[in-house]
Every structure is written in C-alpha cells, then in structure tokens.
Write a protein that binds this ligand. Structure first.
Ligand code: ZN
Length: 128
C-alpha cells in the first residue's frame, strides 16, 4: 500500500510546472527594465515548486507520511506571508481602470497597468 499518495503525485507531475516556471523566468530576462520585480517573484515561485518537489521526493524515498507536506506548506505559507510584497505581484486587471491585462503585461511589467494608464502616468509625471 502506498503511504504517501499526494507526495507520489507531486513527484510524478510537479516536474512540468516547475520547468515551465523556470522557462518563464528565462523569458522574463528579456524584459528586465520593466519587469525586474516580477522576474524575482517568478524565481521565488519556481524555487518553492522545486523545494516542494524535492521534499515530496524525500517523503516518497523514506516512506514518510503525507502529513509532513502540511508542515512544509505551513512553513512556505509563513515565508510567503512575510515576503508577500516580493511574491504576490501578479495582477490580472489594471490597478487604475480594472481593465483586463494582456498576458505580456501580467508576466513582464511591474507597473500592473494597461498601456493607456501607463501612458497617462508617464505623461503626468513628465508634465509636473
Ligand atoms: Zn488601465
């Protein structure tokens, strides 16, 4: 009988999202000027996934209980809560007009504003 079905599932399938997140980090490298903070947020998320994968692998290898994953999730949650301004940067809607953002703005632009609001912001900044 499998003592850790959840960890086994993570070991089997967490590889793909982890690689995907690191590929996104590599793509974000080209947008360093406007998306520096988001690149680091993506890197933190990738490191979390990698750590979760490694921890699941550890649990499966030593046949330890899945409940230890809760401990890991708690530790990761506390860490993320303390560093939330560095991790939870991704918004799907514009901060000013609530318009839906393009995937490019969601992933590569730190301002979280649509092009119209960004242009307005830059215009008012330049004018005053
Ligand atoms: Zn806007």
């Amino acid at each position: 009988m499998n003592v850790n079905p959840v960890a086994s599932l993570f070991v089997q399938y967490l590889y793909y999202p982890t690689v995907l997140v690191f590929v996104v980090t590599l793509i974000q490298r080209r947008h360093m000027q406007e998306g520096f903070r988001k690149r680091y947020a993506t890197l933190y998320i990738g490191l979390f996934l990698l750590a979760l994968w490694g921890f699941s692998f550890f649990l499966v290898s030593y046949r330890l209980s899945d409940f230890l994953l809760l401990l890991f999730a708690g530790a990761a949650g506390v860490l993320a809560a303390f560093r939330r301004e560095n991790v939870f940067l991704f918004r799907l809607t514009c901060l000013k007009c609530r318009k839906r953002l393009q995937i490019r703005e969601v992933l590569f632009d730190d301002s979280n504003c649509c092009p119209v609001c960004r242009a307005e912001g830059e215009g008012s900044r330049g004018g005053s």
